[in-house]
Design a protein around this ligand. Sequence first.
Ligand code: SF4
Length: 161
Amino acid sequence: MAGKKLAVSWVTFACCEDSSIIFVELLNQHFFEWKEKIEFHYCRMLKNKNSSFDGSDVTFVEGAIATKEDEDELRMIREKSKKIVAIGSCACTGLPSAQRNQFDESTKREIMLIVERFGHLEKVHPVKDIVKVDYQVPGCPMDEKIFLDTLNKCFAEFGIH
Ligand code: SF4
């Protein structure tokens, strides 16, 4: 269909957000192509006014899941997204954001107060531990080529030309 655009969202959980920076750099290079093909829904790095997450064709999820609140939000995002793409090593494997999973028992005891007080999960999880993931873009930060290949695959799947 002429003029049809891919509804895209980008959400970030526990991480350093370097893949967001890579995405903005890619946007600099591909802006004129993507503005004809992408409609940004929820994307806090590009839009200062975001309504609550209202669904999208493809949601890119960056970062690991460290709290119960994040877990619930991710489940809601999964329900409202046709495809979920895990972005970067933290989202794909948990690490390096999940370093505390590997603490020894004495260090774990030391941080337990903070973990409990702030509603953190016992372990930090990659996205696929919580919801079904359709595609993964590994790398720390994300691999640009795999990201572009994945986005192009999504354009093709949703009939965006
Ligand atoms: S994968 Fe690496 S660059 Fe991306 S958020 Fe995690 S630590 Fe940062």
